[in-house]
Write a protein that binds this ligand. Sequence first.
Ligand SMILES: Nc1nc2c(c(=O)[nH]1)N[C@H]1C(S)=C(S)[C@@H](COP(=O)(O)OP(=O)(O)OC[C@H]3O[C@@H](n4cnc5c(N)ncnc54)[C@H](O)[C@@H]3O)O[C@H]1N2
Ligand code: MOO
Length: 403
Amino acid sequence: MVDVSELIRVADHRARVAALVGVMPVVEPPLADCLGLVLARDLVAPIALPPFDNSAMDGYAVRAADVAAVPVTLPVAQDIPAGRAHVSPLEPGTAHRIMTGAPVPAGADAVVQVEWTDAGTSAVRVDRAVAAGQNVRRAADDVAPGSVVLAAGAGLGPAQLGLAAALGFGALPVRRRPRVLVLSTGSELVGPGAPLEPGQIYESNGVMLAAAVREAGGEAELLRFVPDDVGRFHEAVGPRLGSFDLLLTSGGVSAGAYEVVKDALSGRGVEFTRVAMQPGGPQGAGRYRGVAVATLPGNPVSAQVSFEVFVRPALRAAMGFARVARPTAVARLSSPIGSPAGRTQFRRGAYDPVSGRVVTPVGGPGSHLLSALAVSDCLIEVPEDVTELAGGAEVTVHMLHGG
Ligand SMILES: Nc1nc2c(c(=O)[nH]1)N[C@H]1C(S)=C(S)[C@@H](COP(=O)(O)OP(=O)(O)OC[C@H]3O[C@@H](n4cnc5c(N)ncnc54)[C@H](O)[C@@H]3O)O[C@H]1N2
Ligand code: MOO
């Protein structure tokens, strides 16, 4: 029986893994590669947006005073498509045919949309008056040059990349993606396509954890798996380790006779502990040959839940995100659940925000129940000191998407 007073707290292990991974250096990739990354410095506008007064409509640039009394016919002195570099000033009593986005000529103070005219090309009949300023988008209306348009720490989504492109940036300063080497261990593991011999299972943690790394914004290289053999472990990891920010293993860390990860890394900078959490009790963390290491337990649900609780926040922090946790919600349990004393339990659940914020436990507490995890969308947190929760009880749920 484990003495729960000797267990490491969830928050302490999370902080330890985050400290090991640290913060990634700043790089300047091309704009198109910045999606999902975090801006490392304030983005200051080098130009105004719009850069010049331009038309919001296809129509005719005029002086509002010239079309105050309608109908009125004005000679069309010039045609101004978007992109025109040189536009001559508008003489009083004339119109310029103008397209959306084209520069408004000096002397004009409004644009009459084409629908309010007879669409003439040498002369135009204007049927409705416009006020001064109507349909004119002023220079710097959107962005003043020299202003901070995005602050350091901003997440870069489509709109932010669009804004940066509009301001003429070809690259942005961001913290680069953490590089993670993913390795599964276990002599019982075989790859897809191989027939299953008695006692063997298909390897699943590698693909799952590499996908989890990518979903978090990191880069993953999947070394797939090695048997319970310390020599094979070092052969697989040694030549590759130097190019990574984190070695992420699964399996081989508990109390058995063949604990390859523990045997390979104990006394070499990695400490193996038990965290007050279920699933995901046996954990290891440290630094091996200068590279951060997190060793997750092998049970698939334990591995994935450990990733969510310890590794994902560390990767998000490494990329510069200020908010590293997934979105949470408070929900009512649809049915009762129990939990071991002295451990934070993360049960898999299906959250329904529509029918009054209810969460339904999916599957049991067993850390081999991968199919239940696959149809869950949240983790239900049961605090350390709680052993029974009745149906209807309020719980915190951690979403498995977003954030
Ligand atoms: N005597 C004890 N036994 C166990 C303890 C304990 O405290 N005392 N803890 C249990 C808990 S909790 C967990 S979690 C596991 C963690 O064990 P390991 O990290 O050493 O993992 P393995 O023994 O290698 O594997 C556990 C389980 O998961 C399967 N597995 C492992 N890797 C993969 C993979 N890549 N793909 C699919 N499935 C995998 C493996 O076949 C085992 O069934 O230890 C408990 N035991
Ligand atoms: O900690 Mo283990 O993850 O309970 O199954």
